[in-house]
Structures are given as structure tokens and as C-alpha cells.
Design a protein. Structure first.
Length: 230
């Protein structure tokens, strides 16, 4: 595990923008949350109050406050003997997370097949084209997330959106995208194409089943990445 002193994964340095004008505890919290969500801080990475305070130009008090909030949200955990780290999900937690994703993403695709407007259908086709044009795993992962976010919005169900948002924090703890696995960019694109095709064809049953297959496949790849295939 690389040290959190790595420049590539440090929280962004404090600047003179609007975020820097927020209360210091809130500012540090937002910076650390963003660093975890974008992978600049990886699961298992140690979080040192002094280093974070120096990087963000604040005292240790707002850093301590921010870390407590993140710990309550499950993004940070205490590990003996390393101290505070970015939380790491156990295999059982990852399986539970993907089981819930399968249900919710399937429901979102079904509802989108029933409720999406013509404009939203065009947007889904455009987002799928963006994924098809992706050349690197990170680009493909961003395009995939944008597509699934658009499907969720096209479902027009606020309670479904709320439930899906609950998973957002846990998704940030998965680390490197599954699209780094050889062949996953192509298979993920095919799976998403099946989802979009079913939604555009107003076939809710096929849309739900395609979305469930997509999440099942992604979950199998994720478990293989983290724990090996055997």
C-alpha cells in the first residue's frame, strides 16, 4: 500500500475558491470525501491528521472533526495498528452491496423502460455512444456511471433514487474500476447496449433482466479483483 503522502492521491490543496470560504471543518470534510470518491485516497490508505492539515492549510481540529464525520458515515475506520484508514469492505460486504445494486439497478431499468421520455431515450443513446468511444478504463467507468445515473433519473421514482444514493458511499470504497480487467470494457459495453436497447424498445422486463445481468457480471469481476477467482 502506498503512503498517503503520494502527491497523486492527496486531498487537493486549499485554494482561494468558494470551497475554501466554507467553515474549515466542512471544507476539510468535503475535500476528504471527494478524495475518497475519486480514488485519490484508496481503501486501506492511512489518514494522518498532521499530513492532511498541512496539505489543506488548516489546523488539526477541523481535520479531526471531518474524520469523525467520515467515520460515522463508514468511509473511514480505525484499524489496529495503523490508526485511521479509508475503510476497506470485506468480501461479504461487497457481495451484499452488489446484491442490492442488482435489485435497484434492475428496478431503475424497468421503470425507465416504462417512464422515460423521448428526450431521455436520446440522452441514453448519446451516453452509450460516449462509453463506446472511451479508450481508457477510467473513461469507460465514468461513461458507465453517467449512463446508469441517467437511467435512474429516467425511472422517475424519487424513492428509488434515494435508495440508490444510499449506496453511493459504499461504491466509493471499492477502489479501482472493474474496467481495468482485460476484456471488461468490451463486455460492459455490450451489457449496457442491451439495457439501453430494451429501454428504448419499451420492454421493461428485458431492461430489468439486462441490468441485473450487468451488475451480476460486474460483481463477479469485482470479487475476482479483490479476492482472487479461486
Amino acid at each position: 500500500m502506498k503512503s498517503s503522502s503520494s502527491n497523486a492521491r492527496r486531498p487537493a490543496a486549499r485554494n482561494n475558491g468558494t470551497s475554501a470560504n466554507a467553515p474549515r471543518g466542512e471544507f476539510v470534510y468535503a475535500e476528504l470525501r471527494a478524495a475518497i470518491g475519486t480514488g485519490r485516497l484508496l481503501p486501506g490508505e492511512r489518514l494522518r491528521e498532521t499530513e492532511i492539515a498541512d496539505q489543506l492549510g488548516v489546523s488539526r481540529t477541523p481535520v479531526r472533526e471531518a474524520l469523525k464525520r467520515l467515520e460515522l458515515e463508514g468511509l473511514v475506520a480505525f484499524n489496529q495498528p495503523r490508526g485511521l484508514i479509508v475503510n476497506e469492505l470485506a468480501q461479504a460486504q461487497i457481495l451484499q452491496l452488489y446484491a442490492m445494486r442488482e435489485v435497484l439497478e434492475g428496478a431503475a431499468a424497468r421503470f425507465a423502460g416504462e417512464q422515460a421520455s423521448a428526450l431521455e431515450l436520446d440522452a441514453l443513446k448519446h451516453l452509450l455512444a460516449n462509453q463506446r468511444a472511451a479508450k481508457a478504463p477510467v473513461e469507460a467507468a465514468v461513461a458507465n456511471r453517467q449512463l446508469h445515473d441517467a437511467i435512474a433519473r429516467a425511472a422517475h421514482n424519487e424513492y428509488l433514487l434515494r435508495a440508490m444514493n444510499v449506496l453511493t458511499d459504499a461504491l466509493a470504497l471499492l477502489g479501482e474500476t472493474t474496467y481495468t480487467v482485460p476484456g471488461r470494457m468490451a463486455s460492459g459495453l455490450r451489457e449496457n447496449a442491451e439495457i439501453v436497447e430494451a429501454i428504448v424498445n419499451r420492454d421493461p422486463d428485458a431492461a430489468e433482466q439486462a441490468a441485473r445481468r450487468h451488475i451480476l457480471a460486474a460483481g463477479a469481476v469485482r470479487v475476482g479483483m479483490r479476492f482472487g477467482k479461486g
